[in-house]
Design a protein around this ligand. Structure first.
Ligand SMILES: N[C@@H](CCC(=O)N[C@@H](CS)C(=O)NCC(=O)O)C(=O)O
Length: 426
């Protein structure tokens, strides 16, 4: 019996709720059920009980057995839960229906705790304690994977990757039968107590049954406390940059992605590059009015011009190869994850096509290729298969037939090779 699928049927998941969550005034959702089931050892019991039977046959029996709810209370809870589930399932509504601005508005991330070495901290920097849930497609998650590698944290923080396809229930965990999503750690949810999880949303609901935000990656997860530490990539990036330093060999402890002397400059660059570039591609691509699209795409290209100008100035002064010269910083990571997706996806899928990077921004192109080809943490964490398929096959409001364009080929040019029109003039 596929427990995971079972759990997704509204009439079934209620069976996994604990008596207390079923009785409480707050609405139940499947999360309560997962956590309750996990905590109370109900999931194995119900799997056993349900073998060979239909849920409907068992529904009232189990509800009576575990919840003590009467029929009326059960019906009330069921209604609330279904309403909540319907609300939560509108994953693909990037612009709220009825929002006349046509503008994509990215919500704030919800879990904002920090791993900290302060005495008595809730989340101390213990080796092996934390796990990263990421998507190779997602630029925000990509930031954290790069930092993990650059800081040599492979043995400190495990990671797993969701399938690239985001359907109406959001990110899903790969199954052993998925053969179209190669990549390191593209595996089902590997954590104990998560048996039967099919979708990332279960992780969120498992931690907070009343969670009402989006089910985003990256998620930094505490395996010991079975809870989410943080789901905001800029904060995870910052944390990984220093919090394990005491336990790292000197070569990794000395990698400083947020050096004291550059902090103000990094913060300043972070503000405009986030708004106009990292988020700007989404605001251009998800816009539902011509005005919103044009406003955002113009701001995006102005910001790219500004990055190009910074790099040109560096070049004049003999500085480089990074955004701030000799030092690789957060700014490089935050820009890289958007720029490396630019030609393969954003130019066509998000209509960010005033120029592309390879033919329109020579210095950004050089900076990009230096990171990709010369710094392994960048190439090793970049998976174009996931990147190209995710956007074009998940955003059906933009690309209803889910056809993933073949080009541009190659996804990124090798070092020393330029676009054909430049090569022809050499
Ligand atoms: N502010 C978040 C944004 C993360 C985010 O939006 N991730 C996207 C993938 S690129 C996601 O998981 N979206 C799922 C959804 O919104 O339903 C961060 O930087 O960590």
């Amino acid at each position: 019996m596929n427990l995971g699928r079972l759990l997704y049927r509204p009439q079934s998941y209620r069976l996994f709720a604990s008596p207390s969550s079923l009785k409480s005034n707050t609405s139940i959702n499947r999360t309560a059920i997962f956590s309750a089931a996990g905590n109370r050892g109900l999931s194995s019991l119900t799997q056993h009980d349900l073998r060979g039977k239909t849920i409907q046959q068992f529904g009232h029996h189990l509800v009576r057995k575990y919840s003590g709810l009467n029929a009326q209370e059960f019906a009330r809870n069921r209604k609330t839960t279904q309403r909540k589930d319907n609300m939560a399932s509108k994953i693909t509504e990037w612009v709220k229906p009825g929002d006349k601005s046509g503008e994509f508005k990215r919500p704030e991330s919800s879990f904002r705790n920090w791993i900290s070495k302060e005495p008595g901290a809730q989340f101390p920097p213990e080796k092996g304690r934390y796990h990263l849930y990421v998507s190779y497609a997602c630029p925000w998650a990509h930031r954290t994977l790069i930092a993990r590698k650059l800081k040599g944290l492979e043995d400190f923080i495990s990671f797993s990757v969701v399938h690239w396809h985001m359907g109406e229930k959001g990110w899903r965990f790969p199954t052993p039968s998925d053969t179209d999503a190669e990549g390191e750690s593209v595996i089902p949810d590997p954590l104990p107590r998560h048996e039967g999880y099919t979708h990332l949303r279960q992780l969120y609901f498992g931690v907070n049954p009343d969670y009402s935000g989006r089910f985003t990656v990256p998620v930094l997860f505490d395996k010991k406390a079975n809870t989410i530490v943080n789901n905001e990539s800029s904060e995870i990036l910052r944390m990984l940059g220093s919090v394990f330093n005491d336990q790292l060999p000197a070569e990794f402890a000395s990698v400083d992605l947020y050096p004291e002397a550059l902090r103000a400059a990094i913060d300043e660059a972070g503000t405009w590059t986030y708004d106009a570039i990292n988020n700007g591609v989404y605001k251009s691509g998800f816009a539902t009015t011509q005005e919103a699209y044009e406003r955002n795409v113009l701001a995006l290209f102005e910001a790219l011009d500004r990055v190009e100008a910074v790099l040109a100035e560096n070049e004049k002064k003999g500085k480089g190869p990074f955004f701030f010269g000799e030092t690789l910083t957060e700014t490089d990571i935050r820009l890289f994850v958007t720029i490396v997706r630019f030609d393969p996806v954003y130019v066509q899928h998000f209509k960010c096509n005033i120029r592309d990077i390879r033919s329109g921004y020579p210095r950004i192109h050089k900076w990009l290729r230096h990171l990709y080809w010369n710094v392994p943490a960048f190439q090793d964490t970049t998976n174009f298969l996931h990147i190209k398929n995710h956007y074009t096959k998940s955003h059906t409001q933009i690309n209803p037939h889910s056809i993933a364009p073949v080009g541009p080929l190659p996804d990124i040019l090798p070092l020393g090779r330029e676009v054909a029109s430049v090569e022809a003039l050499r």
